[in-house]
Design a binder for this molecule. Structure first.
Ligand code: SF4
Length: 312
């Protein structure tokens, strides 16, 4: 060996045995424990991502990344809606059941707030309720049905003739067209009777799934879907029962997590909740019995962590 060249010795400090993970210097033993998912590992798995390139990852590391809640998937293969908080799943059956139980206590026997005495009256009232309040519609419909007591009477009108009667509900031109168009179709295709079938209802002018679900659920007592109006839309998102914005997708999500026998009552309860407590701009969270189950980002008072993606 040439003079002056000293064989490499282990450093007394043992530094070369350690691995820098972020700002932390870990001994090889600690890294082994972390890789093995040891209970006493106190550095997050994220830190291991900064291991030097080329180091093979142990099988337990792969396991740890699959356990990452953000990576969980539903049976359909879509990413599940889960919190960043470990172990929290907003769609857990226990949580959903608790929400439903509290709604039952809060709103035991709620029904549709639109005044009606037949399927036809309910259909018209629901068409008129778009972008309006139930109170407003209930002010208009008694006089409307006194003036035009049957489907045939309304089918005989032109939309322009109906406009003055529904003007105060807003969007009256479109609504007049829908009501008169639906009346004509019911007379011509369904013998003057409102059909109790989703497919047939959807053929009526101005009738989409929300209106059809109202008529089927509230009048015919048929649970074909969940009514998604503005309250159900807002509160389902706040309660993390869905992350969708499109009413049809929200309905599909709700149909997956709410038991079918609850579909009709659930939407009535949520609509009442939206009117009384979970108000759009300023929810009354301090008075809300769902408060400790709700992580909405726009809560006005909270005893639990708030989730920024849980918002109306
Ligand atoms: S706690 Fe507040 S935001 Fe959550 S459901 Fe109740 S009123 Fe709505």
């Amino acid at each position: 060996m040439p003079r002056g060249v000293v064989p490499r010795q282990p450093a007394r400090s043992g530094r070369q045995d350690k691995v820098r993970v972020g700002r932390t210097l870990l001994s090889a033993k600690s890294v082994q424990k972390l890789s093995a998912g040891g209970k006493d590992a106190h550095v997050g798995t994220g830190a291991l991502a900064s291991q030097p390139r080329g180091k093979s990852r142990g099988p337990s590391q792969g396991k740890a990344s699959m356990a990452d809640p953000k990576r969980r998937q539903t049976a359909s293969g879509k990413p599940a809606l889960v919190s960043k908080v470990k172990g929290y799943n907003p769609l857990a059956p226990g949580r959903v059941a608790e929400i439903l139980a509290r709604l039952d206590l809060l709103y035991p026997e709620v029904t549709c707030a639109l005044t009606h005495s037949s399927a036809w009256e309910l259909l018209v009232a629901t068409i008129l309720s778009a972008q309006s309040t139930d109170v407003n519609v209930n002010r208009v419909t008694p006089e409307l049905f006194r003036k035009y007591p049957t489907v045939e009477a309304l089918a005989a009108l032109t939309p322009e003739q109906l406009e003055p009667d529904v003007r105060s509900t807003g969007f009256f031109r479109n609504k007049s067209k829908s009501v008169v168009g639906a009346a004509k179709k019911i007379v011509s295709d369904f013998g003057g009777q409102v059909p109790d079938d989703m497919e047939k209802l959807l053929t009526l002018p101005g009738v989409a799934r929300k209106t059809a679900n109202v008529v089927l659920g509230s009048w015919f007592k048929k649970a074909e879907g969940v009514v998604v109006d503005t309250h159900v839309h807002r509160i389902s998102r706040r309660l993390e029962l869905t992350q969708q914005n499109d009413p049809q997708k929200i309905e599909q999500d709700l149909m997956r997590v709410i038991p079918r026998e609850k579909w009709i009552l659930f939407s009535h309860q949520i609509i009442w909740h939206g009117r009384k407590l979970c108000i759009a701009r300023k929810p009354k969270c301090v008075d809300c019995p769902l408060e400790n189950l709700c992580h909405a980002a726009d809560k006005t008072w909270s005893t639990v962590e708030m989730h920024k993606e849980a918002k109306a």
